[in-house]
Design a protein around this ligand. Structure first.
Ligand SMILES: C[S@@+](CC[C@H](N)C(=O)[O-])C[C@H]1O[C@@H](n2cnc3c(N)ncnc32)[C@H](O)[C@@H]1O
Length: 230
């Protein structure tokens, strides 16, 4: 992945996300959607929490949150949650949560090993009667997305450019964000996760594709597979 470029101030997280850009953003209904999918007061492990854009509202909604990110600069913005600086793929807290949350399309990495390690982390940290929520693009997005420019209230200008489909199930593009006189670009490659493929990957990690949050196929629910007892 190419690093962020342009006039945006640093620091930059290892995945290319600009800390200051994320600090400007506000949640857009994600915390309420998560809250609606879990019991009151359910404990949450948030993987790739960034500056706490979603974390802070989840705390307000009454959920104890442990926020994990590999970027100390991102985590430094979080208040009120326990923070853990770690790569998701090697996280080993020795603790289980009612909900494990992996948002921001991190699961769509084109790196098969990394995706599988993310899923193993989810399985290792979810309670046996708990839930994992993973945010992906609905698979058909890979067929239909086109370059765009949007003026988003509170977010400035968002552009998607340099769109390419470099191989089966792969999509690469550059996101450009302009807020006031600041501008950041972020290039990425994503891997389409069709339902059958995703279900198989989840199964391999000991998880079962259990449906979608509010019927939105971008928000995948997974539960621990029943273990044989004996
Ligand atoms: C695009 S930002 C989104 C942050 C937050 N989920 C949100 O919605 O505002 C992605 C975050 O995931 C973190 N991240 C990406 N890959 C990671 C990994 N393998 N391990 C830990 N953190 C990671 C980045 O440092 C960054 O803070």
């Amino acid at each position: 992945m190419r690093p962020w470029t342009g006039t945006g101030p640093r620091p930059i997280a290892p995945d290319g996300s600009a800390v200051e850009h994320y600090a400007l953003l506000r949640p857009e209904g994600e915390p309420e959607r998560v809250h609606g999918a879990i019991p009151e007061g359910a404990t949450i492990l948030e993987l790739g929490a960034g500056v706490g854009r979603v974390t802070h509202r989840l705390l307000e909604l009454g959920h104890p949150v442990v926020a994990v990110d590999e970027s100390a600069e991102m985590l430094a913005h979080i208040r009120g949650a326990q923070t853990v600086r770690s790569p998701i793929q090697s996280l080993a807290l020795g603790r289980r949560f009612d909900l494990v949350l992996l948002m921001s399309f991190l699961i769509e990495t084109p790196d098969d090993e990394l995706r599988r390690a993310f899923l193993r982390t989810c399985r290792a940290h979810v309670a046996d009667d708990g839930l994992v929520i993973l945010q992906r693009q609905p698979p058909e997005w890979y067929d239909t997305v086109e370059p765009f420019e949007r003026h988003v209230p509170g977010r400035g200008v968002v552009r998607l450019t340099e769109l390419d489909r470099p191989g089966p199930g792969l999509l690469s593009a550059t996101m450009e964000y302009v807020v006031g006189d600041r501008r950041w670009t972020h290039s990425f490659t994503s891997r389409r996760l069709d339902d059958d493929f995703f279900a198989a990957e989840l199964r391999e990690a000991g998880l079962v594709l259990d449906g979608f949050v509010e019927g939105d196929r971008g928000w995948v629910r997974a539960t621990p597979a029943a273990t044989a007892s004996g």
